[in-house]
Design a protein around this ligand. Structure first.
Ligand SMILES: C[S@@+](CC[C@H](N)C(=O)[O-])C[C@H]1O[C@@H](n2cnc3c(N)ncnc32)[C@H](O)[C@@H]1O
Length: 224
């Protein structure tokens, strides 16, 4: 297991809601599990679409999934022979994901789960693809720039970021509160964070995805 530095929590005075993400995350993991049993989110239609239309290929492996949570993307890739590494700093999420993968007979080196902070972790070598699905919105915006730099550093030139940016606008934001998690991933903020001098963007508008709450797009890391 990777060593895990202290989580990057902003002080509660910086925003309205206590940012106790491990606690939120345990609850979120339980909720996600319950939702899984309903089947609505299990399908991962965008990921399956990227796999079936060849956007996401075995040559991109290993694929990284930061903030993998209960790890639902991992078996979809591993079952197709695409090596994948999930990263999460919540012990319960890591344990649950590892247990699920073991039960499915999916093992290292095809699939791995790192217990680590995405703000500090580095892969052994740059990779061809990263799936960003609701890790960014779990981070306080004070850490967004660092996270975006990490995603950039993890990818090879020409590597792709398969992004699903959570849409969770908050009324309090208009009153000046920095509210979350989840923190709303406004498209203007995304354009500034993943700036056009470092990333190739498809043309807008960006679809909201089948669940209706994630702006979905593939960004490509530019050669520098
Ligand atoms: C909303 S969940 C998303 C789970 C998964 N990507 C999915 O789509 O089902 C966000 C996850 O990010 C993880 N996370 C938040 N901040 C993190 C950090 N700094 N390092 C590693 N994981 C983090 C949380 O533990 C949580 O499991």
């Amino acid at each position: 297991m990777s060593s895990i530095p202290s989580p990057h929590f902003p002080s509660p005075s910086q925003f309205k809601f206590a940012d106790d993400w491990p606690r939120h995350s345990l609850l979120a993991t339980a909720l996600l599990d319950a939702t899984n049993t309903l089947g609505r989110w299990r399908r991962r239609p965008e990921l399956l679409g990227w796999l079936s239309d060849g956007h996401l290929r075995a040559q991109d492996a290993p694929v990284l999934v930061p903030g993998c949570g209960s790890g639902r993307d991992l078996p979809l890739l591993a079952a197709r022979g695409i090596a994948v590494t999930g990263i999460d700093y919540t012990p319960a999420a890591v344990a649950l994901t590892r247990e699920r993968l073991a039960r499915a007979g999916l093992v290292a080196p095809l699939v791995q789960v790192e217990h680590a902070d995405v703000l500090n972790w580095l892969p052994p070598a740059p990779v061809g693809a990263v799936i960003e699905r609701t890790c960014l919105c779990a981070l306080h915006p004070d850490h967004w720039l660092r996270y975006a730099q990490q995603l950039h550093a993890w990818l090879l030139p020409g590597g792709r970021l398969f992004a699903q940016f959570e849409q969770a606008p908050r009324a309090e934001a208009a009153e000046g509160w920095v509210a979350g998690p989840p923190y709303h991933c406004d498209i203007n903020a995304m354009r500034a964070l993943f700036s056009a001098d470092r990333w190739a963007w498809p043309k807008p508008p960006y679809p909201r995805g089948a669940e209706g709450d994630h702006l979905t797009m593939v960004l490509t890391k530019l050669n520098e």
